[in-house]
Design a protein around this ligand. Sequence first.
Ligand code: GAL
Length: 660
Amino acid sequence: MSDPTRGTVTGGTPGLHIGVDYYPEHWPESRWPRDAELMAGMGVDFARMGEFAWHRFEPRAGNYDFTWMDLAIETLAAHGIRTVLGTPSAAPPAWLIRKHPEILPLDSQGRRTGFGGRHHDCQSNPVYRRYIRRLVTAMARHYRDNPHVVGWQIDNELGNSHDDLCFCRSCVHTFQGWLAEKYGSVEALNEAWGTAFWSQTYNSFAEIDAPRHTVAGKNPSQELDWKRFCSDLIVDFQRLQADILRRECPRHFITHNLMSFAEKVNYYDLARDLDFVSHDQYPSGFYLSGIDPARSAAQLDVVRSFASRPFWIMEQQAGISGWGVMGRAPEPGQLALWATQAVAHGADAVCFFRWRTCTVGTEQYWHGILPHDGEPGSRYAELAAWARAIKPQLAELAGSMPRVQVAIVYDYDQYWALSIQPQNPALRYVDELIYWYRLFYTQNITVDFIPEGRALDGYSLVIAPLQYLMRPEQEQRYRNYVRGGGHLILGYRAGVKDDQNRVRAEAPLPGVLLGELLGLRIRDYDCLQDAAVSLRAAADADNHADPAGTGTIWADWIELRGARPLLCYDGYNDDGPAVTVHDYGAGRACYFGTRPDQQTLARLLGPLLAELGLNPDPAAVLEVIERATATARWRFRLNHSAAPQDGLPPYGYDITRLDP
Ligand code: GAL
């Protein structure tokens, strides 16, 4: 995908490292030069603009006005600041909605959502698409030769804002076509969806509806296909714009701002049509969640993993977050630390959201670098100092990647299937990934996330938590990986379902092939709800006084068929095995029939991590991570604590260049 003439070999255009999200349409023109001057004063290289300004670009159908943006671009360019343009499809204007109210999405209960927020759009609607095609073409033609425009962000956080996407006639019709292409015949679909249950059998594709609100329950196979369809629809929606931009602006890059673990669209798929992915990083969350550096790190790692290359941060937290209610103020140093964390995990450019805190609209309290009054204050000072210090380093290390030996399988089909039937009410797919991720994060071992199907051989350890849907090809892949010397960890609920979200029943869990690989079979199981069971190390099987910890969420009742127990239940299920290991071929396969508490997990796997040469540091107090090229290596040390640690001040960081 990378074309050197677009300058996106590394995911960064040379010389573009520090950016701000700027909304000239929110401020009088007379203010723009002052903004540009202040931006330049803090080392800003580029601004992202325009992604919600549809009405300013097209105040009336077909009447385009680019003069205001031309002026904004020029004003910034006079200070050496270049422009990334957003296509404004996330905010269809009132005149368009009034003319074509069918663009507004229908929710699963058949209610039409109103105008007044954003993303009030049906992604399949042909009229909406026609207007977008016209506007994006006009914008692309207008800006393709503007020397200050370097690239495009398509729409904004596709999939965000939509609860259910849309259940309108156009979407249902498109869904039917998608199903016909997938299954070929309605009989094949009936078989795949198990429609014999509750007399749901269809005589033709035309009878099939979207899984809207029902009196009782839904078909899980239909629901899974619907989620897959919605994801494909979003990918197609992005492609519509990407194709125009590629054709009209061959010198510009194309990106999109993702949201790490959001589940509406398969980001591995979305990334394929982009030169590089971008991401919006808000470590303190919308306002509710506490700050969790491990989760923030996982969010960055997953974004790096989508296209296996460095990325941009298109929105980096610049102050207090929140819409109607606000989160806590970041501590002095924290904004710079968070931005450094993004770079450490693979960002080649960091763009701050937003330049100045808005005085109107929904986001009046989502704070930017400048406060409401527009005068530089403490956030400006902190981020200006940060930008000055890191820019030369960013210029050098752009394109570098961490060297990674551990992969966690992160797959949308699993995510979707488990959101449809979560098994245990407390089980969340992403939380399960983070549970595993934390084991590595706390010991400074870097992790990639990989989709099913990606090659495993480069990794010495692969964790596949909640491998709930199991395709025969994936089973083979795991088997070959372990045979060839790989180390694999599978968790409870592995192999329960097939690709169509039907229970696999040809053999007891985890199925024939996985059973052979893991050296066990699962006699029965127990959803623990909110109960916990005691665990102890298998070697201390007689030492009831020394429980190793507790298991929660799930308990498999395991029958050993060649595997050895590592942890056993204590006072539960006849003290049978809870966690096992099996030597298989040249490698090893572990199985977790329950979720041990985090400390027990670390104690249990410590020796394996050391044996695999992963250099675990169980006593780590700092986050330490490296990026490398063939010729250089950079070590980042980050102190997320309010106390000085290991020579770093509270919320401090350092970056050291090392020999390769
Ligand atoms: C992001 C979004 C921005 C802005 C920000 C703060 O998710 O892309 O446009 O809304 O959140 O709410």
